[in-house]
Design a protein around this ligand. Structure first.
Ligand SMILES: Nc1ncnc2c1ncn2[C@@H]1O[C@H](COP(=O)(O)OP(=O)(O)OP(=O)(O)O)[C@@H](O)[C@H]1O
Length: 234
């Protein structure tokens, strides 16, 4: 069990985000206080439309907050320039999405190698590293397969390899099991819990799937643009 003082990977205070202006203005994040600790899996749950995807997009640096304080790992969002945020994201963040988002014309290993290639690694070395990781995730025999011949669970494992291959310190998963049957979803969560979680890494999972809640160290409940409750599960 992690002590309550485990180092924070993400800290949001009074985080706000609105879209549009005037009559079209929509307040989506309305003063979010949220944190995620290193070495832990933090789940973000809540009704559809409450702002979960917006919050992780802000944490990931894909959207700018309108107001409030955001610290991710050792960096304060407000202190980074746009270009620094792009580099920071590329080096430190890994993403897993509901629909896998694999590139259809690349093999499984090439898909998993994308973050390394984007960071300047020689393609052959990047694909070799990705193949080794796929092997550790139980997909070594599918490294040369195209995504279209893989099952949903296999595609999600490739997506997990792509999220982990550059050894990021923060993994953000948006509904990673929503497109999978329960058994396959469990095995993907099991892999996340074993392969993704590490003392110096934090995993944030947005989910509606209460069947996988037992993997969470902490569950943050969102409603109407704020975190209303944070529940420790361990
Ligand atoms: N670019 C945008 N412009 C205007 N409104 C937006 C935009 N992006 C999101 N919203 C609105 O913000 C609200 C929250 O959306 P968000 O996708 O963050 O919710 P969510 O909790 O992730 O929902 P779900 O569980 O259905 O994925 C919704 O009402 C949505 O319509």
């Amino acid at each position: 069990m992690n002590a309550p003082s485990s180092p924070q990977a993400v800290q949001c205070q009074g985080l706000r985000k609105h879209f549009g202006e005037g009559d079209a203005r929509v307040e989506v994040l309305r003063g979010v206080d949220f944190h995620a600790r290193l070495g832990e899996m933090t789940f973000l749950v809540g009704p559809s439309g409450c702002g979960k995807t917006t919050l992780i997009s802000v944490i990931a640096g894909l959207l700018d907050p309108s107001d409030g304080d955001l610290q991710v790992l050792d960096s304060r969002h407000a202190e980074m320039k746009a270009q620094e945020r792009i580099l920071f994201r590329r080096r430190n963040l890994g993403f897993v999405f509901q629909q896998y988002n694999l590139l259809p014309s690349l093999t499984a290993a090439e898909n998993a190698a994308v973050p390394l290639i984007a960071d300047g690694m020689k393609r052959s070395l990047a694909v070799k590293k990705a193949t080794d990781l796929l092997d550790r995730l139980g997909l070594g025999n599918k490294a040369s397969a195209m995504p279209r011949v893989l099952s949903g669970g296999q595609q999600q494992r490739v997506a997990l390899a792509r999220a982990l291959v550059h050894e990021p310190r923060l993994i953000i998963c948006d509904e990673p099991t929503a497109a999978l049957d329960h058994k396959t979803g469990e095995s993907v969560m099991e892999l996340l819990a074993t392969a993704a979680l590490a003392p110096q890494r934090a995993v944030i999972v947005v989910t509606h799937d209460n069947r996988v809640y037992h993997y969470a160290h902490t569950i943050a409940h969102m409603d109407d643009g704020v975190v209303v409750r944070s529940e420790s599960r361990r």
